[in-house]
Design a protein around this ligand. Sequence first.
Ligand code: 4AD
Ligand code: MG
Length: 454
Amino acid sequence: MKHTLIKHILAATQPRESVTVKGWIRTRRDSKGFSFLELNDGSCLANLQAIVDAGTPGSEALPHLTTGASVVVEGNIVPSPAPGQKWELRATRIELIGPADTTYPLQKKGHTMEFLRTIAHLRPRSNLFGAVFRTRSKLAFAVHDFFQSRDFVYVHTPIITASDCEGAGEMFRVTTLKGKPEEKPEADFFGKPTFLTVSGQLEAETFACALSNVYTFGPTFRAENSNTARHAAEFWMIEPEMAFCDLKGDMDLGEEFIKAMARYALEHCAEDVAFFCKFVDKGLNERLKFVVERPFVRVPYTEAVEILNKSGKQFEFPVSYGQNLQSEHERFLTEEHFKSPTTVFNYPREIKPFYMRLNDDAKTVTAMDVLVPGIGEVIGGAQREERPGQLAENLKFHKLNEQDYWWYSDLRKYGTVPHAGFGLGFERLLMFLTGVSNIRDVIPFARTPGNAEF
Ligand code: 4AD
Ligand code: MG
């Protein structure tokens, strides 16, 4: 018989006869003449309580229905007399599918995130990780919905690439050569050095310069050796790119996008958001509403540096014009000073990549970073340099080889247009929308320095 997901059973408006439920036992309690089973199938946070009378067909298996075992329960959905639940399942037949060994590590008492990371294959069965990964799925859909409803074209950019978009040199080499691939790159599979992509931006730009508005959404890789709560070696990035668009249009889209994601979480992930609010981050609901309702602050980099210098705060890293903002500076601006998501724009050209458009002051480029409380940078973007001569000068300035960017420069040669885009780290967005404070806990299988077990 076809089975019904628990989320649909719990959303029922009237009693139902003869349903089949399949899931895993969270707990079993035996009473005189009957047993209570708490069942969960991951379709929602809540468990379904099943009542199994002694003598119910299959009930001889009851002693084996321990926490973690998988079962089939058939029965009738009736109103529950117990508080806090509308429906319960009166079993007419039960069947053990797979018993759980007594070493099953997930118990009813809460476990630490650190412990759960060591059992990444089982952690989706916990309340918290079920909620995180349902939310992740819903928001992935929301990302596509946001762009598709605005006529953006989804472009699949390559995972293996020869160009270091960000120029930071933090790339994973891809090679079929044994030994030292850097010694004879021409003998390698692609005939040149190749890497896992750090960003699909350069390729996305080529498509924007043909299809107008495009976006990518896929895995990206960075060999940054920073073991922080916000960096992963493999993470998913969303990169919209718009032709005929300037920095302001880019900042507007970034803000609109984050607001739309917060609204989607509130509307479509309500049960899980309520759970995060209760157990992870008490201020979450308020914050999401605040994000949806209030415009973000916008501040030029130069002014942000002045604010930091005048703050009287002791930072670990000193602040001065021409230096990158550190995480502590970003968080001071968004959490303490503005108390709002904040877009910082027009950064010094030295600290930003070659592709950003040089401003008329010849010192700053049209960069913009969106900073949010609890995380810091969630978006990095820019209006791109569309003037062929200036692009060539930018490449020189950053000591890059013009030939390596011939196809990128061609876009400026043949019908160039002002264009702009950004990259948003999907995991950082999820951290912001769930309150979960470590990036390892919002990605199913985290890749971080020294860690690729699962
Ligand atoms: O600021 P980034 O480096 O910008 C780019 O890659 C541009 N090419 C994007 C573009 O304009 N199309 O990275 C963009 C975002 C960051 O703001 C951050 O949210 C996320 O990607 N990110 C990371 N997320 C997790 N782990 C890491 N190691 C990350 N590095 C960047
Ligand atoms: Mg950045």
